[in-house]
Write a protein that binds this ligand. Sequence first.
Ligand code: NAP
Length: 299
Amino acid sequence: MVAQLIDGKVFSGRVKARVGEVVRRLKADHGLTPGLAVVLVGEDPASEVYVRNKGIATRDAGMVSLEFKLPASAREAEVLDQVRELNADKDVHGLLVQFPVPDQVSQQTVIETIDPAKDVDGLHPLNAGKLASGIPGFVPATPSGCLIMAKEVAGGDLSGRHAVVIGRSNLVGKPVAQLLLGENCTVTMAHSRTRDLPGLCRQADILVAAVGQPEMVRGDWIKPGAIVIDVGMNRLPAPERGPGKTRLTGDVAFDEVKEVASAITPVPGGVGLMTVACLLRNTVMAACRQAGVAIPADL
Ligand SMILES: NC(=O)c1ccc[n+]([C@@H]2O[C@H](COP(=O)([O-])OP(=O)(O)OC[C@H]3O[C@@H](n4cnc5c(N)ncnc54)[C@H](OP(=O)(O)O)[C@@H]3O)[C@@H](O)[C@H]2O)c1
């Protein structure tokens, strides 16, 4: 069997189109233009690319994009002051700090300083707790993207399926597991101490890999017909492309796994593209909530 390719461009294009349409209506009907502020501390080149791409996508959707850059030497207090200033800014509906931050700044303190009502990355403990409790809040963008993809290729209903999530980070693994549980999957979470990971994965109807280990998941770990969502983004040297060049690869050995799975996300071109789209969606939700406007059902 050769798996169906879950094309991130198609899926994210649909989410972005809905976001763009809702933004247009919010402007016309309520004079509301959602605004997203991104704070970047330091000059990490990968982070600069992510921030630039978020800015482009935000503007393309008709929203306001604000970027704030602080030097790598910035003290934690300066970063927190910037966050508090944006918390208080009525034109900023969504606010995120691009991670990682330099060592002198506590990531957790930054997360806890962001107003939960503007926390479009969904990392504040209040939003994580709401997700775990089944209460509407903000769900991290990458897990949201994973769920949209898995649910659609499964025909809209994941009930009773066994989902195995490899990785237990607050950013990906835990929220993905919560979302799958909310869809009535039987969820198993795996991590670096899990015994017989290949055997466990072979029981999965849905396998989500969020590990950070290039091509760790092999073809013989996959139950025939499983849906495989590869969150991994690993940069490997690619000298064949020229000196200093790199290539992006996932946590799944794509060429092997596509022979066994029923559907699979590629890397690049899969989950990564959904992340920005779902972030935009969260920003629109934040703007609606802050303005007291009902979140449109078609968002
Ligand atoms: N596509 C996107 O937009 C997007 C967004 C976010 C992240 N990512 C990518 O997704 C991957 C995971 O990100 P993350 O932030 O969740 O990473 P993370 O915080 O480093 O967490 C990695 C998880 O994988 C587990 N793990 C590590 N080695 C393992 C092994 N050999 N066997 C089983 N489990 C293992 C760890 O277990 P322990 O807890 O036991 O240490 C941990 O729970 C990375 O490649 C990252 O770049 C992609």
